[in-house]
Design a protein around this ligand. Structure first.
Ligand SMILES: NC(=O)c1ccc[n+]([C@@H]2O[C@H](COP(=O)([O-])OP(=O)(O)OC[C@H]3O[C@@H](n4cnc5c(N)ncnc54)[C@H](OP(=O)(O)O)[C@@H]3O)[C@@H](O)[C@H]2O)c1
Length: 263
């Protein structure tokens, strides 16, 4: 049997075990996917090999540490500097980032987009900024503080803090902050969000499973919107395909993962 887990801190909320185990069960794949609560990210590689894992996902706050612990990083993850998916090849640890392409798959329903405003400057913002640029969509980054904007400046993105951003028009407004996750905060001041949403074509909050104050504002502005559920499912489809060496089509995996949310 192949063994998989998700590393994170906290981790009890993760839907990944249900998503991946449903694919395994429905399609007769001999696999088992668990959760691993990991507080010290530097131990990730040791724990991965000690548990004899074949693959893993990595979530907050270990994606950047995991990147550094890989023997090889493939695809867009090289540019992002963070991985959310690990596969074992012999005694080598290979890293990928499926958040990036998962997000792009999730926003297809918005149609043509040329610009986006990413609110937040953490690991998710990095993945989305690189992925959007690869798709020909120009992202601008705004964060409440300036420290984490250095990465984006080095990569040539236009960056602002909440204090320096003036209202401009962007096709898509994306909240990648954790504002609203376990509080009732908005990611930017209300007075700044109002004109941004008025001139946008759509909005996304990558948080899933609850309506954040940001999403409530988006709904009140009558904009097309998504929460983070589609992104979660799509990154899972791509990770699962890697775990099972592409034995099933993305469509088959997607259907099984969607089914897991009915339980
Ligand atoms: N749907 C999915 O599949 C999916 C995938 C990945 C992540 N996520 C979600 O994305 C969110 C961010 O994850 P991450 O890994 O990017 O986190 P992270 O690296 O810790 O970054 C968090 C960002 O949020 C900002 N922030 C935190 N609290 C804020 C507040 N009250 N107001 C304004 N800004 C605030 C931080 O600003 P400072 O720099 O000023 O601290 C930072 O820019 C999490 O909620 C996570 O669950 C969803």
């Amino acid at each position: 049997m192949k063994l998989f887990t998700i590393f994170g801190d906290p981790i009890t909320h993760s839907r990944s075990p249900l998503m991946h185990n449903t694919v395994f069960t429905l399609h007769g794949i001999s696999g088992c996917y668990t959760r691993t609560h990991l507080t010290d990210g530097k131990q990730l590689r040791n724990v991965f090999f000690a548990q004899c894992l074949n693959g893993a996902n990595v979530t907050v706050p270990h994606k950047e540490v995991a990147f550094a612990l890989c023997d090889e990083v493939r695809g867009i993850a090289q540019e992002i500097g963070a991985v959310n998916t690990l596969c074992r090849e012999g005694d080598r640890l290979i890293g990928y980032n499926t958040d990036a392409d998962g997000f792009i798959a999730a926003i297809q329903s918005f149609g043509f987009l040329s610009t986006a405003l990413i609110i937040g400057a953490g690991g998710t913002a990095k993945a989305l900024a690189i992925a959007l640029r690869h798709k020909g969509i120009t992202p601008t980054i705004v964060n409440r503080s300036s420290g984490r904007l250095d990465y984006f400046k080095r990569k040539g993105f236009e960056t602002y803090t909440a204090q320096t951003l003036t209202p401009q028009s962007f096709n898509l407004i994306i909240n990648t902050t954790s504002a609203g996750l376990s509080d009732q905060e908005l990611p930017l001041p209300h007075s700044l969000l109002i004109p941004l949403l008025e001139s946008a074509k759509g909005a996304v909050d990558v948080i899933y499973g609850k309506e954040t104050p940001f999403l409530t504002m988006v709904k009140n502005a009558s904009l097309p919107y998504k929460d983070g559920l589609d992104m979660l499912q799509e990154q899972g489809v791509l990770a699962n395909a890697l775990f099972i060496d592409h034995q099933l089509s993305h469509e088959t995996i997607r259907n099984a993962i969607r089914q897991s949310f009915l339980y």
